[in-house]
Design a protein around this ligand. Structure first.
Ligand SMILES: [Zn+2]
Length: 109
């Protein structure tokens, strides 16, 4: 068994329903702004050659952090890592703190 609606019935029902002109009548509209923040802090140069292009020179070391932000305020650290970047080809590689110290990085790294 199926109920068939005629277009006239739908229009009539819409006309009978009272409207306030607001999309959410009686409630509160809440706006939450959240996202991710990525920051890079340079930590100097380390003595490491590039495995991709073969550039022998030093590579820059950066501390890259990703944090969850609520209303543009960082509230939760999600990821923290040390990365080297080749000045020749731009290849990045994640390394450990121990490896960074061994390669001559600053002690604050
Ligand atoms: Zn390279």
């Amino acid at each position: 068994m199926s109920v068939r609606w005629k277009p006239d019935d739908i229009e009539e029902e819409a006309r009978e329903r009272p409207t306030t002109g607001r999309p959410f009548s009686g409630g509160h509209l809440m706006l939450v702004i959240f996202g991710l923040s990525r920051k890079e802090r340079p930590l100097g140069l380390i003595a490491l050659g590039c495995a991709v292009c073969g550039h022998p020179g030093p590579q820059s070391l950066v501390h890259r952090r990703t944090r969850f932000t609520l209303f543009f305020v960082p509230v939760l650290p999600l990821r923290s890592r040390l990365e080297t970047r080749c000045p020749q080809c731009g290849t990045t590689r994640t390394i450990t703190r121990t490896e960074a110290r061994r390669l001559g990085a600053d002690q604050t790294a």
